[in-house]
Design a protein around this ligand. Structure first.
Ligand SMILES: Cc1cc2nc3c(=O)[nH]c(=O)nc-3n(C[C@H](O)[C@H](O)[C@H](O)COP(=O)(O)O)c2cc1C
Length: 325
């Protein structure tokens, strides 16, 4: 797809709770200078009543970085979108895809797909508060409401409020009976449905998400849509981001060892500035050598050494040396 809208990179790393925290994002950014990074979902309640500076903290190196919000109160979402913009985020994304029971009770996530008018109102209010793009991440349907017309009504209604970018996880969510984890595997993937939406709304920027794991698969999807969002594979096999960067943006292929070492000064700074335990950062790096020689040793050492008393960030150097012994 000839992508005119350079505001939307060809690929992004999905928002993933407990996974894509700021340390993970910093690491992913080293692997891919172009990818768009998403925060974990932050609820409006957490931002308005909790430690907002801590929730919103990120490193300047992370740009472009999008803040994902969870909520359904237009005024609260607008206030939080503004907080995100003021903190320098590049995009605000509204979560309409999370099926967890916990968030459903707060009218957050996939349950909102049943209320397109409310989502349109939320997006409208957010857009009135910020100049940066407001985007929506959704599923292709919920429960029995899983036909084209349902998704089309959702997308059409929200796009009328001016939102022109949708990230669509190409499987529906069951709102009861399945755990969030099962909801990422059990409902069948349906990329054709996302394509139908793109065909009906050619002017919208569509990012497709769900089970996309290889450079070839990403390139295939880019024939049809503007962007691809990668979740679990980017976390479990982060070097995929470097391979995508190389293949799609034609940059030099990053070196795994250099990337690992480049994390040392970052960890030192986080320790100094925020007293961050090393393991909070290294836990995101265990997949770096996925399917490479020494991967098992790297994983083992990286999951144990940072827990030891007196561990220093330079342990990464030691692990790199020991992993082939
Ligand atoms: C651990 C984990 C946490 C997630 N948290 C969020 C979240 O906070 N917000 C969201 O929109 N989606 C969340 N998701 C869903 C992902 O963003 C993505 O839509 C899903 O994993 C499908 O993409 P994939 O097959 O490439 O992993 C999460 C997924 C995982 C695995």
């Amino acid at each position: 797809m000839n992508q005119e809208n350079k505001a939307l990179p060809y690929f992004s790393v999905a928002p993933m709770m407990d996974w894509t925290d700021r340390h993970c994002r910093y690491f992913h950014r080293l692997l891919s200078p172009h990818t768009l990074l998403y925060t974990e979902m932050i609820t409006t309640g957490a931002l308005l009543h909790g430690d907002a500076p801590r929730f919103l903290r990120y490193d300047q190196a992370e740009h472009p970085v999008a803040l994902q919000l969870g909520g359904s109160d237009p005024r609260d979402l607008a206030t939080c979108a503004k907080m995100g913009e003021d903190h320098g985020y590049d995009e605000i994304n509204l979560n309409c895809g999370c099926p967890s029971d916990r968030v459903q009770k707060g009218k957050i996530g996939a349950i909102l797909m049943a209320e397109p008018e409310l989502v349109a109102q939320c997006v409208d209010q957010m857009q009135k508060q910020v100049k940066i793009p407001v985007t929506v991440k959704c599923r292709i349907g919920i429960d029995e409401q899983d036909d084209f017309d349902f998704l089309d009504r959702f997308i059409s209604t929200i796009s009328k409020s001016g939102c022109d970018t949708f990230i669509i996880h190409a499987r529906k969510a069951w709102l009861s009976g399945l755990s969030p984890k099962e909801n990422r595997t059990k409902p069948p993937i349906n990329y054709a449905r996302v394509l139908e939406i793109k065909e009906k709304h050619p002017s919208l920027n569509i990012s497709v998400n769900g089970d996309i794991k290889t450079v070839e698969a990403v390139k295939g999807h880019l024939q049809n849509v503007e962007s691809v969002m990668i979740g679990r594979e980017a976390y479990q096999n982060p070097y995929l981001l470097a391979q995508l960067e190389h293949e799609i943006y034609k940059t030099d292929l990053a070196d795994r060892y250099k990337i690992a070492r480049a994390m040392i000064p970052y960890i030192e700074k986080q320790q100094k500035d925020f007293d961050t335990p090393i393991k909070s950062i290294t836990r995101h790096m265990t997949g770096l050598f996925h399917e490479q020689k020494g991967a098992k040793k790297w994983r083992q050492l990286l999951s144990t050494l940072p827990h030891e008393l007196g561990a220093k960030p330079t342990l990464i150097d030691d692990v790199l040396q020991q992993m082939h012994l």
